[in-house]
Write a protein that binds this ligand. Structure first.
Ligand SMILES: *[C@@H]1O[C@H](CO)[C@@H](O)[C@H](O)[C@H]1NC(C)=O
Ligand SMILES: *[C@@H]1O[C@H](CO)[C@@H](O)[C@H](O)[C@H]1NC(C)=O
Ligand SMILES: *[C@@H]1O[C@H](CO)[C@@H](O)[C@H](O)[C@H]1NC(C)=O
Ligand SMILES: *[C@@H]1O[C@H](CO)[C@@H](O)[C@H](O)[C@H]1NC(C)=O
Ligand SMILES: *[C@@H]1O[C@H](CO)[C@@H](O)[C@H](O)[C@H]1NC(C)=O
Ligand SMILES: *[C@@H]1O[C@H](CO)[C@@H](O)[C@H](O)[C@H]1NC(C)=O
Ligand SMILES: *[C@@H]1O[C@H](CO)[C@@H](O)[C@H](O)[C@H]1NC(C)=O
Ligand SMILES: *[C@@H]1O[C@H](CO)[C@@H](O)[C@H](O)[C@H]1NC(C)=O
Length: 610
């Protein structure tokens, strides 16, 4: 823990006698002994504004420890290991809830603490596992509870505004019974991973207009019965390119009544139905009258206003659902986007939608077997405590038989910048040390992280493909051999810039450049590992279809399979590199590498392996 980039985070647990507080009775006195729970340095790119208005309300999520998490992890390993007798015997929601339930001591201590601030059962919303308690309080109350001062923070680049603090404390009596309280120190923004910054700098909405010559190419593409990949796929990706390249053409899903693909959307993105219809009319006419299930989370938006359609949401639905058609799709739109209007005193959301989504899905009894997310942020902007809890939630989904798939990021080994003089890859521990910047949630060992490729004969690792090594999570056993081999070949190159003992990513990769989509009624091209994640997820969904059709369990947590038998069903990508942080980045090479992982899918082979 001492080496994590947040030098002061959760490390210096020092007691401080709180600013001369009255101590009328012993109970109140003990409650006034606050211990710093978490303290961070000012995050990069944010400036502190005025104090947050005292009467503004904030929804606080309090995480209680999960003392049986080790057991849950052991179950997850067994049910995800194809060589184990329990492979595929996933846990139910009730099983998982029982395995994350806190000690009674923790529940009692937290209840007492909340009661001291006038909060009773009726003010709390609990997760079914009891491991999360959510309360809605004023900033003033939150500041008293956490012995902190909230400020308005402004993100310089985007103008986004959030209410946060750099440190908070908890009374000694609950310190060990609470793992984290958020929003406090969580500044990560989890952006959609579209490589717009790298590729289309002058187009604000990241959509490259289709020119006449491109339209002509699209016009020529008639679905063919051959599976030879068209050379046009080198410059523009369509559904047919991916079907041919990854070998799904001709596979007819059999288990659409049981299977589903879930896609997450944040930042008020919704997928536009008219855009989907237009896309299908162009590329998958048999799907033209079909749609997906929209599920708002905490009031997520779905205005269907064509001029507000989300490019990320449209990309994810058009390719994820198009490739897995007719597998039903679910699109979750989770509310909670800055800006927070500092002048308002009415309740607003917490601007922290990611936990909101996790709470929501973990509370569902039936979940899609495959879930794709194309949002993330640099790991160091996510407080360690938060990253660990979110990662534990992904493990819970895995234990329940869900394949959780994330894009690996669009900055190569960090910021995509090859110039050592201008790179922004610095630690935020106060030392400003140049370092590669791992990406979260791709760095969580319980998700499958998908990097990007380009070109079709052969596929090449794309320059922006996020890849590297976590500073928060150690290397999981399933990737010891593959990653160990890579590191042995790498030798001392980049020593000191990355953490060789960390969880390595991506796990796999897929096409990510110039996907032809429809957004806002217009055709356009969009690039990013954002495109790779739903592509890979759709293929996983088809593999789940194969298993469900013969009454077997879904694949669940994929990595133990991918790093063993699964590797035979992947095309190893041998060239390409992912520059950033003033370097040329890592190279794609034989075997696993931190650009393209184990490679891209070969559906026919995977189908025979699952
Ligand atoms: C979980 O779902 C149940 C049933 O739909 C609902 O009553 C409850 O409020 C939900 N819990 C949370 C924490 O959202
Ligand atoms: C992607 O599309 C852009 C715009 O049409 C084009 O300039 C570029 O060459 C394409 N990328 C590749 C890899 O072909
Ligand atoms: C879609 O619906 C329209 C209008 O009902 C119908 O004419 C058309 O045949 C349908 N297309 C498909 C592929 O089902
Ligand atoms: C659709 O969105 C645009 C842009 O935000 C807005 O100007 C327009 O008023 C909206 N239309 C409707 C019908 O709400
Ligand atoms: C905040 O709210 C005030 C009052 O409703 C309004 O005048 C102002 O424009 C809002 N600011 C932003 C950034 O939305
Ligand atoms: C690190 O960078 C920040 C912002 O550029 C600067 O204020 C600070 O002085 C630097 N610290 C060191 C140790 O160089
Ligand atoms: C490197 O990763 C290990 C394993 O997760 C971790 O314990 C250690 O703190 C990390 N080191 C740095 C410098 O971040
Ligand atoms: C990548 O390959 C190039 C060309 O072979 C080589 O010069 C470079 O050192 C390699 N970089 C790494 C990090 O392996």
């Amino acid at each position: 823990m001492l080496n994590i980039p947040f030098a002061s985070l959760a490390v210096v647990l020092y007691l401080y006698a709180s600013l001369a507080r009255a101590a009328p009775n012993p109970a109140a006195f003990s409650a006034s002994l606050n211990i710093v729970k978490e303290s961070i340095n000012p995050p990069r790119g944010w400036v502190q504004g005025p104090p947050a208005p005292e009467h503004h309300t904030i929804k606080l999520s309090i995480a209680l420890p999960q003392p049986r998490f080790g057991e849950l992890e052991a179950h997850l390993q067994e049910v995800s290991d194809p060589a184990h007798a329990r492979y595929g015997q996933h846990l139910s929601k009730a099983d998982v809830d029982a395995l994350v339930t806190p000690h009674q001591d923790s529940l009692d201590s937290v209840d007492d603490w909340l009661a001291q601030h006038g909060l009773g059962d009726e003010d709390m919303v609990r997760s079914d596992g009891m491991d999360w308690v959510t309360i809605r309080v004023t900033i003033g109350t939150a500041e008293k509870m956490l012995d902190t001062k909230y400020h308005i923070w402004i993100h310089e680049e985007s103008g986004d505004v959030v209410v946060r603090t750099l440190s908070y404390s908890l009374p000694e009596s609950v310190h060990e019974h609470v793992e984290l309280v958020q929003p406090t120190t969580m500044f990560a923004r989890f952006k959609p991973e579209m490589a717009s910054l790298h590729y289309f700098p002058s187009v604000p909405d990241a959509l490259e207009p289709i020119t006449d010559s491109i339209a002509a190419v699209l016009g020529q593409q008639v679905p063919s019965s051959t599976t030879a990949v068209s050379p046009t796929c080198n410059s523009i990706i369509t559904l047919e390119c991916l079907q041919d390249l990854y070998g799904t053409k001709g596979y007819t899903p059999q288990a659409a009544d049981k299977n589903a693909l879930g896609i997450t959307g944040y930042l008020e993105q919704f997928a536009n139905l008219q855009d989907l219809k237009q896309f299908y009319a162009q590329q998958l006419p048999q799907a033209v009258n079909t749609s997906f299930t929209f599920v708002p989370v905490a009031g997520g938006e779905n205005s269907q206003n064509l001029s507000e359609a989300g490019i990320e949401a449209n990309l994810d639905t058009q390719y994820g659902l198009g490739l897995s058609f007719p597998t039903p799709g679910t699109f979750w739109s989770t509310a909670g986007r800055p800006p927070f209007n500092a002048t308002l005193t009415t309740p607003t959301d917490s601007n922290e939608p990611y936990n909101t989504w996790l709470d929501f899905v973990l509370n569902q009894t039936n979940l899609p077997q495959t879930i794709s997310t194309s949002y993330g942020d640099e790991e160091q902007s996510v407080p360690l405590s938060y990253a660990i809890r979110a990662c534990s939630s992904f493990a819970q989904l895995g234990a329940r038989g869900v394949s959780v798939i994330f894009s690996s990021g669009d900055g190569g080994v960090g910021d995509g910048d090859t110039d050592p003089a201008t790179t922004t890859c610095k630690t935020i521990d106060g030392q400003n040390k140049t370092t590669f910047l791992p990406f979260f949630p791709a760095s969580c060992p319980y998700v499958t992280a998908v990097g990007g490729t380009v070109n079709v004969a052969p596929e090449v690792g794309v320059f922006f493909s996020g890849g590297g090594f976590s500073n928060y999570f150690g290397r999981p056993a399933y990737q010891d051999s593959a990653v160990g081999t890579y590191l042995a070949n790498l030798g001392q190159t980049y020593a000191g810039l990355f953490n060789a003992s960390g969880r390595a990513y991506p796990d796999v990769s897929a096409q990510s450049m110039n996907f032809s989509i429809v957004s806002g009624g217009r055709n356009g091209l969009v690039s990013g590992t954002s495109a790779a994640a739903p592509t890979f997820a759709a293929i996983v969904s088809l593999l789940n279809d194969v298993r469900l059709a013969s009454n077997r369990s879904p694949l669940g947590f994929l990595n133990p399979f991918l790093y063993t038998q699964g590797v035979q069903g992947l095309t190893d990508i041998l060239t390409g590199n992912n520059p950033g942080c003033g370097t040329e980045g890592f190279n794609s090479s034989q075997g696993w590498d931190p650009v393209t992982g184990l490679g891209t899918p070969k559906f026919e082979v995977l189908k025979s392996l699952v």
